[in-house]
Ligand binder design. Structure first.
Ligand code: PAF
Length: 298
């Protein structure tokens, strides 16, 4: 496994690989902010299955954190990350410093409109401009054929897919299923912030999504009614939870569905998206549905 700290090094390894392999070369890319868990490992495994060279990036991107967010205390463990990367067979790990990525204050931002306006885009102003900008930079540096993203951040997947489409970036975005703990909690690097009591109650997110599946199967329910029922459920089951949002929107456009329109007759796919705070820790989760089948789809 090759570890690169500079853009020049990583570019040179990838271009050597492409020169050696010629037309056959397939570069898979897993961009992360480190503190790797089983969700990231599953992305690496998928890339290994599908591509000849797997590149992992580990970079906590300051641009996507708001002034009062957790950039400074975001969990980091370089040694363990490298162990996981080695175990999962990553070929190249790109771990740049902030100075390497942003040697001068960046004046350019990649802004995707529409899909960034609701959900985390509304709660975390500027967050997706930071994500779009860094992912675009990383795509230019790595030049992958395929890039792997977890669907726990379904809005991020929608933003990146839209950016790649609109800017004709020559990379295929591969959305991958959310990996969960045994009790249903979606894996996230931020789960380490949770106290034992918060961790116990955090299971309410996946339980609410399971309830959404049951209620949606009734198919006469509208988006607004489903939102209301899920909010009530979360408040009742997890008294220490503070709801940031419970939303039912079209996916991947993330537009409002017709109020009152039965979910069973929605034409495309749609998403139930949740963001809930436990103390200062904000957790997100979601479930995707095809309206016709009323079953989760990834
Ligand atoms: O999902 C993440 O970890 C980050 O948003 C990403 C895509 C690595 C960009 O910093």
């Amino acid at each position: 496994m090759i570890i690169c700290q500079t853009i020049a090094e990583v570019k040179s390894h990838i271009s050597n690989y492409r020169m050696e392999q010629g037309q056959q070369a397939k570069v898979g890319f897993v961009p992360t902010m480190g503190f790797l868990h089983e969700g990231h490992a599953s992305l690496l495994r998928r890339s290994k299955q599908e591509c000849g060279l797997t590149v992992l990036s580990i970079f906590v991107n300051p641009l996507q954190f708001g002034p009062n967010e957790d950039f400074d205390r975001y969990p980091r463990d370089e040694e363990r990350d490298l162990q996981v990367a080695r175990q999962e067979g990553a070929d190249v790990v790109f771990m740049p410093s902030v100075r390497e990525m942003y040697p001068v204050p960046a004046k350019t931002r990649v802004l995707v409109s529409g899909v960034t306006e609701r959900l985390c885009g509304a709660s975390r102003p500027g967050h997706f401009d930071g994500v779009g900008t860094v992912v675009s930079k990383l795509f230019h540096i790595v030049g992958p054929d395929r890039a792997y993203f977890g669907l726990k951040d379904a809005q991020q997947v929608a933003v990146i897919t839209t950016m790649v489409r609109d800017l004709n970036m020559p990379v295929e975005i591969v959305p991958c299923e959310t990996v969960r703990e045994q009790d249903g909690l979606a894996l996230s690097s931020r789960n380490v912030y949770l106290s034992p009591e918060q961790r116990m109650q955090a299971v309410v997110l996946s339980q609410a999504l399971a309830l959404a599946g049951q209620l949606a199967a009734k198919s006469t329910l509208g988006a607004d009614e489903l939102q209301r029922r899920l909010s009530e459920y979360i408040t009742a089951e997890a008294p220490i939870a503070v709801i940031d949002y419970v939303e039912v929107l079209s996916y991947p456009d993330l537009e409002q569905l017709q109020p009152g329109e039965p979910l069973g007759s929605v034409g495309g796919s749609w998403i139930v998206a949740l963001a809930v705070k436990f103390g200062t820790t904000r957790l997100i989760d979601n479930r995707l549905f095809w309206a016709k089948e009323v079953s989760s789809h990834v």
